[in-house]
Design a binder for this molecule. Structure first.
Ligand code: KG4
Length: 340
């Protein structure tokens, strides 16, 4: 009998459901919430309410698109955390209700492991290259910046992580400060393509080991813009492409410096990236370049799997289901997960 997994993701501001049959993706429906645009960031209470409205139609659509019914399901994989508690609660409660009513087992998934395992999502007619274990994943999103050693689909080890802001947060906060809108990463990415990355220099952190820090570079940009604006109120408007290109280059330099070191120290040359910031064109280009130079096997996720989606939750859940894991019905979501 076919293994049919329904994945449910609701950790932040995207409600998503996906169906996998024997590891092959049949559908991946995502409802992105527009309600936060006016606030310059995700408003947790509004996110929970939007998830409540979206969850039933999104899951229904995913099943219809996949051509399956709830009776066909082998297991339900859902995001337990980390994320916004109210948002997670909607997906978790929905998964529980479905599991109880259908008598189908549930599997809980760590959202970050979903991002890391995204390269294993298979699609009909699309050739995929899967990394072999162990591999290193540079996990970069709005909430995390980590280098993770992945020993198996169930065994993860954090080698380094940010001690303050996540890199996505640095993109978003600086874009907001420059009046470029939210989320800032894609806007900076677009403007950076038009600018000179060598024009401005921002502070590089000096953090021991494989950990990251992004608060210094953010402050460095803030002070530079403030000082220049005192001299020339048009400074930002006239130089925003160069500022974005230089700022983005600094963030990528910081990310790559530690990733190169992690590869050297572990001897691992299988390198993947994951999380929202892995959509950044400058980062993808640099990883590919460094990979060539250093004889890495690099794996860049398809754009549609870089941001939050339930396909990655379904594949991570499939690995756990096959390993015999089951989530109890009294399982509660968690906003933070200290370790993997
Ligand atoms: O993984 P994700 O979708 O959500 C969570 O962090 O939960 O990541 C969102 C982050 C945001 O900070 C956004 O600005 C960033 O990913 N991002 C980008 C790009 N696309 C999204 N950052 C840089 N360049 C991009 N093209």
């Amino acid at each position: 009998m076919a293994e049919i997994i329904l994945g449910i993701e609701s950790s932040c501001d995207d409600t998503s459901a996906a169906v996998l049959r024997d590891g092959v993706l049949l559908s991946n429906v995502i409802a992105s919430q527009q309600v936060h645009k006016d606030y310059g960031g995700v408003v947790p209470e509004l996110a929970s309410r939007a998830h409540e409205q979206n969850i039933v139609p999104v899951v229904s659509q995913a099943l219809v698109k996949a051509g399956v019914t709830v009776e066909d399901l082998t297991a339900i994989a859902f995001t337990r955390g980390p994320g916004l508690l109210g948002s997670l609660l909607v997906g978790t409660s929905f998964a529980k209700a479905l599991s109880l009513s259908l008598d189908v087992p549930m599997v809980m998934v760590n959202h970050l492991q979903g991002h890391i395992l995204a390269p294993f999502i298979r699609e009909e007619g699309v050739a995929v290259r899967e990394p072999s274990f162990p591999f290193l994943c540079l996990l970069v999103s709005g909430g995390n910046s980590q280098i993770v050693r992945v020993n198996s689909p169930l065994d993860f080890e954090i080698l380094g992580q940010t001690i303050d802001d996540a890199v996505g947060e640095a993109f978003d906060k600086c874009a907001k400060m420059m009046g470029l809108g939210y989320p800032g990463g894609p806007v900076i990415d677009r403007l950076a393509k038009l600018g000179n990355p060598e024009r401005f220099h921002f502070a590089m952190p000096n953090i021991p080991g494989l950990d990251y820090s992004f608060s210094g570079v953010k402050t460095s940009l803030l002070y530079r813009v403030r000082d220049e604006m005192e001299r020339d109120p048009q400074f930002l408007e006239n130089n925003k492409e160069d500022i974005c290109a230089s700022f983005q280059k600094t963030l990528i330099d910081i990310l790559l410096k530690k990733l190169i070191r992690a590869s050297r120290e572990t001897g691992i040359r299988e390198i993947t990236i994951g999380g929202g910031v892995s959509a950044n064109s400058g980062l993808r280009e640099r990883i590919a370049q460094e990979g060539k130079k250093r004889h890495w096997n690099t794996y860049l996720p398809a754009f549609k799997f870089t941001t939050d989606n339930a396909a990655m939750i379904a594949i991570a859940g499939a690995f756990r289901y096959r390993a015999g894991e089951r989530a109890p019905l009294d399982i509660a979501p968690v906003s933070r997960i200290a370790d993997f």
